[in-house]
Write a protein that binds this ligand. Structure first.
Ligand code: C2E
Ligand code: CA
Ligand code: CA
Ligand code: CA
Length: 280
């Protein structure tokens, strides 16, 4: 944003400036926001469908921009990925999320809290990812088995040898690995045999029409069964209505997230949600 003077920022942005200039500007602003500690994490509860309790959260990064308002990660994560900024940004997210998890768990008398963090394929490309994660775990006192790293199927499909090695090293730290947006990426299931994955996150696009469109219902059921027969946990994303929840419970899906339970909320609210524990 351009300072107009006296700390006033011009709200008007001609559409012509969208594109390259806009991107470059966003990039340098994002870099500054990260350095100045202006990024925030919101947390969306994960609910155990058997007990209806909040067992943990997914950390989702937010950028409260002084003039553009809250910028969605869908708009700035791709820029961070393209510029490599995702590496320090991802490290910050990981550290912040682990810190909060340790704090909230202690406040709840030591009740275990599972924290899920999204990791971009660009972070997997770095040979030192496992070292970084190990460092953050040691620094924050987060027990490794309470951390879950979420990755998309693309991590499993590109540069497989190096990524396999990386995943094995991460697993060696004792954490869990989840495939995010499962079912939307590549159709090959063979990689599930090769990679040490613990959890399938069923994409919201399937859940959306659950119980309404027969195909989506059948696909979701198939993913839940697949998870069960491979000994993997299943987490359904994007539950918005009770009907979807009922169908997922019936199918035996283990965990769920979605607006039906809670939107992603700021840290103080998430801490309270965890203390309250039960949901629905
Ligand atoms: P995701 O990992 O698939 O996260 C789920 C997204 O769905 C979140 O959007 C969440 O707010 C939204 N969501 C949750 N429940 C519902 C629901 O019931 N209905 C609807 N309509 N939406 C729901 P958000 O926070 O805007 O994040 C978008 C994406 O940005 C994430 O998708 C993830 O891919 C990426 N992202 C967010 N934070 C990070 C991060 O720290 N690192 C990386 N690498 N990516 C991140
Ligand atoms: Ca995710
Ligand atoms: Ca997802
Ligand atoms: Ca997604």
């Amino acid at each position: 944003a351009k300072a107009v003077g006296g700390g006033v920022f011009a709200p008007y942005r001609p559409r012509m400036r969208d594109g390259l200039v806009e991107r470059l500007e966003l990039e340098s602003e994002l870099r500054a926001a990260l350095e100045n500690g202006e990024l925030r994490l919101h947390y969306q509860p994960t609910v155990d469908l058997e007990t209806s309790r909040v067992i943990g959260f997914e950390a989702l990064v937010r950028w409260p921009h002084p003039t553009r308002g809250m910028i969605s990660p869908l708009d700035f994560i791709p820029i961070a990925e393209a510029t490599g900024l995702i590496v320090p940004l991802g490290r910050w997210v990981l550290r912040e999320a682990c810190c909060q998890a340790v704090e909230w768990s202690a406040a709840a008398g030591g009740r275990p809290l599972k924290m899920s963090v999204n990791v971009s394929v660009r972070q997997f490309d770095r040979a030192d990812l496992a070292e970084t994660v190990a460092g953050v775990l040691a620094e924050t006192g987060m027990p490794a088995d309470r951390l879950c790293l979420e990755m998309t199927e693309s991590v499993l499909m590109t540069d497989t040898e190096a990524n396999l090695e990386q995943l094995v090293r991460l697993k060696g730290l004792g954490l869990t690995l989840a495939i995010d947006d499962f079912g939307t990426g590549y159709s090959s299931l063979a990689y599930l045999r090769r990679f040490p994955v613990d959890t399938l996150k069923i994409d919201r696009s399937f859940v959306e029409r659950l119980g309404v469109i027969a195909d989506d219902t059948a696909l979701t059921d198939t993913i839940v069964r697949l998870g069960r027969s491979l000994g993997m946990a299943t987490v359904a994303e994007g539950i918005e209505e009770f009907g979807q929840l009922a169908v997922l419970r019936e199918m035996g899906c283990g965990f769920a997230q979605g607006y039906y339970f809670s939107r992603p909320v700021p840290a103080d609210e998430a801490g309270r949600l965890f203390l309250e524990g039960a949901h629905t």
